[in-house]
Design a protein around this ligand. Structure first.
Ligand code: SF4
Length: 183
């Protein structure tokens, strides 16, 4: 159904924050997202990049490019519902594997942490939508975009994986950006 390509770049945390984090510009854009206020990994009220990353020296910026097979691209054009089903079976499935791999890496390097691509999808509906506490705080990781990073610039400049947008169906590929912070 799909193939993946991974790029990893290492930066110091101060350089990464200086070059790519602009919360004053990007966090307000989260208000347009359906997850806003309905997911514990997203704004409002979540931690800041400086608070989360300030104690770390190094960051691995990870780009996961999910390239869709021709058949998936054709099928995805049938209807918005089919597009979403296929997105769940491909891109979201690949993202879940990436989260599991990064959580395993955290266990190998105690004290390290992860920032994930997009809002947390561990539960079908986030407990925040019902006003309840997070069900899996030990596994939940904050959203990269919710922390105010310039993901377009990271994907272009750092990872060489420009983001693609498509009004109908799926684009040729989708990029998930995550990070692993450690000392
Ligand atoms: S683990 Fe569940 S409740 Fe917690 S942020 Fe993720 S989706 Fe929401």
């Amino acid at each position: 159904m799909y193939q993946v390509e991974v790029q990893v770049k290492t930066l110091t945390v101060p350089e990464w924050l200086e070059k790519y984090c602009q919360p004053e510009k990007f966090v307000p854009l989260c208000r347009e997202c359906p997850q806003y206020g309905k997911n514990w990994s997203c704004p409002p009220g979540m931690t800041t990049a400086a608070a989360l990353a300030g104690g770390y020296r190094y960051v691995q910026v990870i780009g996961l490019k999910v390239k869709y097979d021709e058949q998936v691209l054709r099928e995805a054009e049938h209807s918005p519902q089919r597009t979403e089903e296929l997105r769940q079976e491909t891109y979201e499935a690949a993202k879940k594997k990436m989260l599991q791999a990064l959580l395993a890496l955290e266990r190998e390097f105690p004290g390290s942490t992860t920032i994930m691509a997009g809002g947390c999808t561990l539960c079908r509906t986030c407990a925040r939508a019902k006003g309840e506490p997070c069900r899996y705080p030990e596994k939940m990781r904050y959203s990269y975009s919710g922390l105010g990073f310039d993901l377009g610039r990271i994907s272009d400049e750092l990872l060489g994986m420009p983001l693609l947008w498509q009004k109908r169906g799926l684009p040729a590929y989708t990029v998930a950006i995550a990070s692993f912070l450690h000392n």
